[in-house]
Design a protein around this ligand. Structure first.
Ligand code: DX5
Ligand code: ZN
Length: 227
């Protein structure tokens, strides 16, 4: 199980401090949300920020491109220190060349799918990716409510993974709290992106530990426990 705090929920006046907090929290990855103000109605940060925080941690950088034109961004993010680059399946026939380009940059490949998009859209790419990111909110903002209708997509992705003997990770992103993380784990998710719940907790370290315990147990009842 991978726990990936999302830097979108960090304090931008203290980004370096928050990256170091994530580094010491026991988290496995750091999730970095890139928004271009076009694919989604919000803007976050770019390669310069990733380059600036890269020396602060050895955490795996999981870079989620919510961008209309990732073609021009793959290389800058690869050079800046991304370990994995995630593009959206909604880009249609541009997805195959994008996957190829990410691989040629020697980075792990992720494919994301938005809540309104049918899960069948990702099927042709499943044997080419390292991670499938099931969006559990409409992307663009942190702190939104988890969309439960996304859970059957996680189950389907897990079923395909078993049937086809593939090994891509199944990640969930958006509204992932202690309760919904357990539901996602039950549905087959193994990678948990969480911004608000983890970064806004009094102790990031305790929150990561609690989320790990809950997803390992697949038990939403543990969400109410103080750990
Ligand atoms: C949403 C982003 C998420 C976001 C999740 O557009 O892709 O990664 O950081 O934030 P929370 O956990 O607050 O919903
Ligand atoms: Zn994200």
């Amino acid at each position: 199980m991978i726990i990936a705090p999302s830097l979108l929920a960090a304090n931008y006046a203290h980004l370096g401090r928050d990256v170091r907090r994530a580094d010491r929290s026991g988290a496995d990855w750091l999730h970095l949300d890139i928004m271009d103000g076009h694919f989604v109605p919000n803007i976050s940060f770019g390669p310069a920020v990733i380059r600036a925080v890269r020396p602060l941690t050895k955490l795996f950088f999981d870079v989620h491109l919510m961008c209309s034109c990732p073609e021009i961004l793959l290389e800058p993010f690869a050079v800046a220190g991304a370990d994995e680059i995630i593009v959206h399946v909604e880009l249609g026939d541009r997805v195959a060349p994008l996957i190829w380009k990410i691989k040629s940059l020697n980075k792990k490949v992720g494919l994301a799918i938005n809540p309104p998009t049918a899960i069948a859209e990702v099927q042709p790419y499943l044997d080419q990716i390292d991670l499938l990111l099931v969006m559990t909110v409409n992307p663009g903002f942190g702190g939104q409510e988890f969309i439960h209708e996304s859970l059957p997509k996680v189950q389907q992705a897990d079923a395909w993974r078993r049937e086809r003997k593939l090994s891509y990770r199944i990640s969930v992103d958006g509204g992932v709290n202690f309760q919904t993380a357990a539901e996602c784990a039950r549905a087959g998710a193994d990678t948990f992106v969480s911004g608000t719940t983890l970064f806004h907790a009094r102790s990031l370290k305790t929150a990561v530990k609690k989320m790990r315990k809950i997803v390992n147990a697949h038990d939403p009842a543990l969400a109410d426990l103080k750990l």
